[in-house]
Design a protein around this ligand. Structure first.
Ligand code: SF4
Length: 334
């Protein structure tokens, strides 16, 4: 995770005129520059968004304070969204961040609406909610408070140690509703991390975040994604990751094989061609023109991870925890 924003100069905001060469989002936003990062400040039209079934994620609803992500994971499925803003899915996704500055206010209104049923929401799907921009904008404390005041269950997804800043708030929220965190650790090889997740802290540091949250009483699991076909899907790789997650006290483990929707596919395949050129034809064969590997391959990997998780005892604590909390409002993270 880059932490550049903490030390960058805060320039005066600039309202840009519309013009044909400018990205669409720039015409509707206040633009702030922080070194090589551009932030577009916008008003949130919607706070709680439905997660499309095609995303194959264990979440039905999401709250995303940021679009775009300085962590810059090559495989990020959210890259595609930048196209709709008039931005590209490559460098723009990593350096041009949309910031929904009034998201917490909007969220409070939506959580209080009669039609909202109090379902669990995932926070941080379209961009890490604790990326560098959060050091400047500090949207997450207000979002956590809004969710806690409504006693609405939620899960935070992140790779960033900045979440530990909000540990006291998460603990308070956990007294009134079901709160959990999922730290994404698809593999524990730090060389791979440098190429594929250039703005993220090491897998080891992420596992330490997981341990710190669990020790503080905020249940934290590991989102074991992406598992990379032919790279990190060997028995040894899977075992190493599951073992380290167990050592960190992960209460849940959710495996996910690499998905390559449009946007992610271009960025990931460029990395693959550079670092593993011999695998390019095999990936093309495995994925064809779609975003997914064959169903039987995914089922085999899920079964292997499930078996390893059972061996290392992951999930036992969460099952006890789940029984203590209203099961009818559980998120499907397992
Ligand atoms: S941290 Fe998450 S949201 Fe950010 S680039 Fe990586 S996968 Fe995408």
């Amino acid at each position: 995770m880059r932490v550049l924003l903490a030390v960058m100069r805060w320039d005066a905001p600039t309202l840009h005129d519309s013009g044909p060469a400018r990205p669409r989002v720039e015409r509707q936003a206040i633009t702030r520059e922080f070194g090589d990062i551009t932030c577009y400040e916008v008003s949130a039209r919607t706070a709680i968004e439905a997660v499309p079934a095609a995303a194959e994620l264990p979440y039905a609803w999401a709250v995303s304070p940021y679009r775009g992500c300085q962590t810059g994971c090559r495989y990020c499925a959210a890259r595609k969204g930048h196209r709709y803003l008039g931005l590209d899915t490559g460098d723009d996704f990593d350096t041009k961040i949309v910031v929904k500055t009034d998201l917490a206010d909007r969220l409070r209104r939506e959580l209080g609406a009669a039609k909202w049923r109090g379902d669990a929401v995932a926070v941080g799907l379209n961009g890490d909610c604790y990326q560098g921009a959060e050091e400047v904008y500090q949207l997450m404390p207000k979002i956590i408070k809004a969710l806690a005041d409504a006693a609405n269950p939620f899960t935070v997804l992140t790779k960033s140690p900045l979440i530990l800043r909000d540990l006291p708030l998460l603990r308070e929220a956990a007294k009134v509703t079901r709160v959990s965190v999922a730290v994404s650790v698809g593999f524990v090889d730090d060389r791979l991390r440098r190429g594929l997740e250039p703005g993220a802290v090491s897998p080891q540091r992420r596992l330490e975040i997981c341990a710190a949250l669990n020790e503080a009483g905020v249940p934290c699991g590991v989102l074991m994604a992406p598992i990379l076909p032919l790279i990190t899907d060997s028995a040894d790789h899977l075992q190493a990751t599951v073992r380290r997650a167990a050592e960190a006290g992960a209460v849940t483990l959710t495996p996910g094989v690499l998905r390559l929707p449009s946007g992610a596919r271009e960025a990931f395949m460029a990395w693959l061609a550079r670092d593993h050129p011999g695998l390019v034809p095999r990936y093309e064969e495995l994925y064809g023109t779609g975003p997914l590997t064959p169903a039987d391959y995914r089922a085999r990997i899920a079964s292997q991870v499930e078996s390893l998780a059972a061996t290392y005892g992951i999930g036992r604590a969460s099952k006890q925890w789940k029984r203590r909390r209203s099961p009818d409002r559980q998120l499907t993270l397992v």
